[in-house]
Write a protein that binds this ligand. Structure first.
Ligand code: G6P
Length: 738
C-alpha cells in the first residue's frame, strides 16, 4: 500500500499540473477553430443575402431591411447584423446592434475580422463582409456573432478533457502499481538472484517464466558466466596443488561445504570374524583404493553392501559405522543383501553379465532374467538408502561402477535436483558388443539419469556416445560431449583415476634395500636373485596366464635367466562363487605348476604363486623389492597397480611392463608397453627390463612419477567436483529461464 501511494501521489500531481498547463492552450485552440467557422459562416450568409439585400436596398425602406436582418439573427449564433450603406451613407441594423460600431470605423475593421467586444456581458465577435453591386462597393455587412456558445462548447470540452485525464491517470496508476509489485517480486529479485546465482523459486516461487523480459539478461549472464568459467577452470585446476586439504576447500568454497554421498557395491572396510575377535580388512578393489582417501578428505557417507562376516556386529542402530577405525572421519552405511539378492545382483547380473560384457576378455556374458530382477531390486534398495541418507533435496551423489547402473535414474526420479556423478570404473564396449545385453535400454536409461558420467579414457567415452546414439532416441552432442535424453542432460567426460599422492608414509617407510632383502629371504631367494612382481585380483581379465606364458618364453629364449629370475604373483581370491573364476584359478595354479615343473628344480621356482589376500603395506613391500612389475591385463579401465608400483619406487629403480589394453598405458608411455596376447613380445620386454641400465630406469620412473604426482586421486575427484559445481551453478540459472 505504501509502495502504491509512493507511486500514485506524485503521478497524480504531475497529471494535475499537465492538465492545468494544457487548458488555456486548449481554450485558444478551440476558439481559433470556432472563429474560422464563424468567418466562413459570415461569408456564406453575405453571399446568400447579397441579392435580396441589393433588391431591398433599391426598393424598400430601412424598416423593411432591418426586419429582414432581424429574421436572419434568429440564428442562435448571430447576435446582431448591420449594413453600412456606402451609397446612401446610412446604417441599417438590428435592434441589438452595438452602438459603438459606426459606419465611419467599419472600413478600419480589417476586411474580415474585427476582434472581440464585450456587449452587455456577452462576448461578441465582429466580422465585416463587403457587398458589391456591378463592380462597385454597395456597402458593408457587419455581423456581430454571439461568442457565448463558444464558451459553452469550450466548457464542455474542458469537462471531457478533465475526465480523460482522470481516466488516464487512473490507468497509469494502476499499471504503475502492478509493475511496481512485479518489479519488487520478480525483476529486481530476479536480477539480484541471477547475480547471486540463486533461484527465483527459492525467493518466492516465481521462475523466469514469469519475468520473460529478464530472459535476454539471463542469456547474457549465462554467456558471461560460461566464459568466466572456461577461463577460470583450467587455470585453477592447474594452479592447485592437489591434496586432501585442497579437495576439502573446493568442497567448502565451490559446493558450499555440502557432504557427499558415495555409493558402491564394495565397502572400503570389511569387518570379519577372526577367532574370538573381529578383524578389519581393506578389500582388493581399485575403486576402494581410489575413493577411500577422497572420503577421508571430504567426510560424508559411503553407502555399500555390508558383506563382511562381522559387519552387522559393528554397526549402530542406523546400520552405520564410523571409519577409518584408527581415526574416524566418515561413515559407512551398510545395506544388507539376502543370499538370493547377492547371487542374482552381484554374482549373476553384475559379474557374469556386465563384467564380461564390458571387458574384451573372451568370456561369454551370461544374462538371466532372474538375475536382472534382483539387480533391479537391489539398485532400488540402494536408491532408498541414498534418499534416507540425504540431508537436502539436492545432494551430491557419487555413484560407482557397473553394479549400480540403474541407480542414477532411480535417484533422479526421487531427488530431481540431485547432482549425480557416476563413474564407470571398467571399460565401455562398442555398440555391437553392448547391444547383446537384453536390458541394454534400461541400463542406458539408468545411466542417463546422471549429471556427469565419467570414464577413464576418451575411447570409452566415445564408445558410450556411439552406443547411446545407436540404441536410444537421444540427442548426442559430440562437440560438448553431452547427451540430452528425456529433457535431462548428461555430460560424458574422461577422468583418469589415480592414487593417493604422496603415498602414506608407512608404505614407504621401510628402506628399499631392506624390502629387497626381506622379501627375497621370505621367498627363499638369494640376495641377487632377479625378481618380477604382479599383484591382482584373481580375475581372467588380468592376463595372469599370459604373464606366466611370457615368463616361460623368457626362460625358453634366454636360458641364462633360469635359476636367476623368479616371478612372484600375488592374487587375491575374487568372486570365487562364479564358475569361470573357479576354473580360472585352477588354470592359473596348473600353469604355474607346469612352468615350475619345466624350469624349476633344486629349490628354484620360476613362478611363485600366492593366492591369498595381502594388505596394502605388504604389497608395497613387494613393489619396493621387485626389479620389475608386470601388468598384463587383457582389458582394464585404468589399473592402479601400475600407478602404485611407481609411487612405491621413490628410489627411482625398477621397470614397469604395461599392457596396452589398460587405461594407464595412455598416461604412462615411458613404461614398456606390450600386447599381452603377444607372448614373444612380452618375453622380450621381460628380458629388456632385466637388463635395463639403472640410469634409464631412473629416467623412466622419474617421468612417470611426475605425472602421478601431478594427476593424483585428489585431482581426479576435484575435477569431477569442480565440474559438478559449475553444473549446479548453471542449472540454477537455467532453471529460472525455463
Ligand atoms: C573392479 C571393479 C570394482 C570392484 C573391484 C573388486 O575394480 O571396478 O567395482 O570393487 O573390481 O571386485 P569385487 O567384486 O571384489 O568388488
Amino acid at each position: 500500500m505504501r509502495l502504491s501511494l509512493r507511486f500514485i501521489l506524485p503521478l497524480a500531481a504531475v497529471l494535475i499540473v499537465i492538465a492545468y498547463a494544457t487548458v488555456p492552450l486548449m481554450d485558444k485552440l478551440i476558439e481559433r477553430w470556432f472563429i474560422r467557422d464563424l468567418e466562413m459562416r459570415s461569408e456564406l450568409i453575405a453571399n446568400s443575402i447579397r441579392e435580396p439585400l441589393l433588391e431591398r436596398l433599391d426598393n424598400g425602406s430601412a424598416d423593411r431591411l432591418s426586419g429582414y436582418f432581424n429574421r436572419i439573427t434568429l440564428n442562435e449564433r448571430l447576435f446582431a447584423v448591420g449594413f453600412c450603406d456606402a451609397v446612401r451613407g446610412r446604417m441599417v441594423a438590428t435592434k441589438k446592434f452595438p452602438e459603438e460600431i459606426r459606419c465611419e470605423n467599419v472600413p478600419d475593421i480589417s476586411p474580415k475580422t474585427a476582434g472581440f467586444t464585450e456587449k452587455s456581458g456577452i462576448k461578441v465577435y465582429v466580422t465585416v463582409e463587403p457587398v458589391e453591386s456591378e463592380g462597385l462597393l454597395a456597402g458593408r455587412l457587419v455581423f456581430v456573432h454571439d461568442m457565448g456558445f463558444i464558451q459553452r462548447r469550450s466548457a464542455e470540452i474542458r469537462k471531457y478533457f478533465f475526465g480523460f485525464f482522470t481516466a488516464l491517470g487512473c490507468i497509469i496508476s494502476l499499471l504503475t502499481v502492478i509493475i511496481a509489485h512485479m518489479s519488487r517480486r520478480g525483476w529486481i529479485s530476479g536480477i539480484r538472484a541471477l547475480l547471486r546465482g540463486e533461484t527465483l523459486k527459492s525467493m518466492g516461487g516465481k521462475g523466469l517464466a514469469s519475468a520473460p523480459e529478464l530472459q535476454p539478461i539471463a542469456r547474457d549472464l549465462r554467456m558471461l558466466i560460461r566464459d568466466l568459467e572456461n577461463e577460470y577452470r583450467p587455470r585453477d585446476e592447474e594452479q592447485i596443488t592437489w591434496t586432501p586439504e585442497s579437495l576439502r576447500s573446493i568442497l567448502k568454497s565451490e559446493l558450499r561445504g555440502e557432504d557427499i554421498l558415495v555409493v558402491s557395491n564394495r565397502e572400503p572396510y570389511v569387518h570379519v570374524k577372526a577367532g574370538d575377535g573381529i578383524q578389519v580388512q581393506r578389500p582388493a578393489s581399485g575403486l576402494v583404493t581410489a575413493l577411500e582417501p577422497i572420503m577421508r578428505a571430504c567426510s560424508g557417507t559411503w553407502i555399500a553392501n555390508g558383506a563382511g562376516s562381522a559387519d552387522r556386529e559393528t554397526v549402530d542402530g542406523r546400520d552405520r559405522v564410523a571409519v577409518p577405525p584408527e581415526k574416524p572421519s566418515y561413515h559407512i552405511r551398510r545395506i544388507w543383501l539376502s543370499e538370493e539378492e547377492e547371487q542374482g545382483y552381484y554374482y549373476g547380473f553384475s559379474n557374469e553379465g556386465m563384467w564380461p560384457l564390458c571387458h574384451v576378455a573372451h568370456v561369454r556374458p551370461i544374462f538371466r532374467a532372474g538375475d536382472w530382477s534382483q539387480y533391479e531390486a537391489v539398485n532400488r534398495r540402494f536408491a532408498d538408502a541414498v534418499v534416507e541418507e540425504s540431508d537436502t533435496d539436492s545432494p551430491i551423489v557419487l555413484v560407482q561402477d557397473y553394479h549400480l547402473a540403474l541407480l542414477p535414474r532411480m535417484i533422479r526420479d526421487r531427488l530431481p535436483n540431485a547432482t549425480i556423478i557416476t563413474f564407470w570404473h571398467i571399460p565401455w564396449p562398442n555398440p555391437e558388443s553392448f547391444s547383446i545385453c537384453p536390458w541394454r535400454a534400461q541400463i542406458l536409461d539408468g545411466l542417463l539419469g546422471s549429471s556427469i558420467l565419467g570414464f577413464h579414457t576418451q575411447f570409452h567415452c566415445n564408445n558410450f556416445l556411439d552406443t547411446v546414439d545407436r540404441l536410444m532416441e537421444a540427442r548426442v552432442d559430440r562437440e560438448t560431449f553431452t547427451i540430452s535424453f528425456g529433457g535431462h542432460q548428461t555430460a560424458v567426460h574422461r577422468y583418469p583415476i589415480s592414487i593417493d599422492w604422496p603415498p602414506a608414509v608407512e608404505f614407504t617407510a621401510k628402506p628399499v634395500e631392506e624390502c629387497r632383502r626381506d622379501i627375497r629371504s621370505q621367498n627363499g631367494l638369494s640376495e641377487n636373485h632377479a625378481m618380477g612382481f604382479g599383484v591382482d585380483r584373481l580375475d581372467y581379465t588380468k592376463g595372469i596366464l599370459e604373464r606366466f606364458m611370457a615368463v616361460e618364453r623368457l626362460l625358453e629364449l634366454q636360458p641364462e635367466w633360469r635359476g636367476r629370475f623368479s616371478f612372484i604373483q600375488v592374487a587375491a581370491p575374487s568372486r570365487s562363487s562364479i564358475g569361470s573364476y573357479r576354473e580360472f584359478e585352477t588354470e592359473v595354479r596348473s600353469m604355474a605348476a607346469r612352468i615350475n615343473g619345466r624350469f624349476g628344480g633344486g629349490g628354484y621356482l620360476p613362478i611363485i604363486l600366492k593366492i591369498e589376500h595381502h594388505d596394502h603395506a605388504a604389497v608395497y613391500e613387494y613393489y619396493r623389492a621387485a626389479d620389475l612389475c608386470f601388468v598384463s591385463s587383457l582389458h582394464d579401465g585404468m589399473n592402479l597397480v601400475a600407478k602404485e608400483f611407481l609411487a612405491a619406487r621413490d628410489d627411482g629403480r625398477g621397470v614397469l611392463i604395461l599392457s596396452r589394453f589398460t587405461g594407464a598405458s595412455r598416461e604412462l608411455p615411458e613404461a614398456l608397453i606390450v600386447n599381452p596376447y603377444d607372448i614373444d613380445q612380452c618375453a622380450a620386454a621381460l628380458h629388456m627390463a632385466l637388463l635395463m641400465p639403472t640410469t634409464e630406469q631412473r629416467d623412466r620412473i622419474t617421468s612417470m612419477r611426475g605425472l602421478i604426482r601431478e594427476f593424483n586421486v585428489y585431482r581426479w575427484a576435484g575435477r569431477m567436483l569442480l565440474d559438478a559445481a559449475v553444473m549446479r551453478r548453471r542449472e540454477r540459472i537455467l532453471e529460472r529461464s525455463e
